[in-house]
Design a protein. Structure first.
Length: 293
């Protein structure tokens, strides 16, 4: 897989997006410094890698892995404080009802400022030879976020906002800087949403680096073994269920590859919860499949 500076991880809810983001960040951090940016709000990826954020917006997990929590509201506050450096005045502005009316009249402003922050982070990552892995929202919300710069250009056809929006669009279209990774599971709805997401991203000129086929079961039984198990009641049902799950994974891979999307599989772990040991194992699988030298 071509390595960009920023990997934007999205997918249907429930496909293991945060787990994949955490695993990819760990895998990349073994090569060079990496930042795991949590945009999802639940801080699931941060928890998986053991980042104790608390009241802080960032935490260091190791010498080569840092975790940051980003939010649209926080970026709006940061923007106001930059343009109004007097703290008392900026805080009063943010609390005022009039300011609320202004932000309501500019739909997408907070999301746009978040995208501008990511653009700046990507430029810094390029200078410092580091990677950024973004645990982004689920597909629908993520696509709205990625399209916000285009909307801002429509609202502001000239001036500073227009120039910033053009810069964000250029950043998203730069394959060396930005690419999307779509998580998918071997289920019909998840596969369809992944294909729809990829089509929209391609129309937006955003590189789809690949799809992570998550929770992919390994084939356990040959045809001859299944014939033996057919005489064993409940064991037969479990065996045939595993075969059906593997067939669904093969079908999902076939559809994705037919659409021109590179596919990388992560195994079903059959664990009640995913912790540090599990995500470390997944990160090594990703490293072997996706980012070999």
């Amino acid at each position: 897989m071509k390595l960009s500076r920023v990997f934007f991880i999205t997918g249907k809810g429930g496909t293991g997006k945060s787990t994949v983001a955490a695993a990819l960040a760990l895998a990349l951090s073994r090569r060079r410094p990496t930042t795991l940016a949590d945009l999802d709000g639940r801080l699931a990826a941060a928890d998986i890698v053991g980042a104790a954020l608390g009241d802080s917006a960032s935490a260091r997990v190791s010498d080569s892995l840092e975790v940051v929590a980003l939010s649209q509201r926080a970026e709006l506050h940061s923007f106001i404080k930059r343009i109004v450096p007097v703290s008392a005045i900026s805080e009063r502005m943010l609390r005022s009802r009039t300011f609320g009316y202004v932000t309501a009249a500019l739909p997408g402003l907070e999301a746009f400022l978040l995208m501008e922050r990511l653009r700046i982070m990507a430029g810094e990552a390029a200078l410092q030879d580091r990677h950024i892995v973004i645990d982004a929202p689920a597909s629908g919300t993520a696509l709205e976020l990625l399209a916000v710069a285009s909307g801002v250009k429509g609202i502001a056809p000239a001036g500073t906002l227009n120039r910033l929006a053009a810069a964000v669009e250029e950043f998203l279209a730069d394959q060396g800087l930005f690419s999307a990774v779509i998580t998918v599971t071997p289920e019909e709805l998840a596969m369809r949403e992944a294909l729809d997401t990829a089509r929209v991203l391609q129309k937006m000129r955003i590189e789809v680096a690949g799809a992570i086929l998550n929770r992919s079961p390994l084939p356990l039984f040959t045809d001859s073994e299944l014939r033996v198990l057919d005489t064993l009641g409940e064991h037969r049902l479990l065996a045939h269920r595993r075969v059906s799950e593997r067939e669904a994974a093969d079908k999902a891979r076939e559809h994705l590859e037919r659409a021109g999307i590179p596919v990388f599989e992560l195994p079903m772990l059959y664990r009640a919860a995913i912790g540090a040991r599990e995500v470390s194992a997944l990160s090594r699988k990703l490293a072997a499949a996706m980012i070999a030298e």
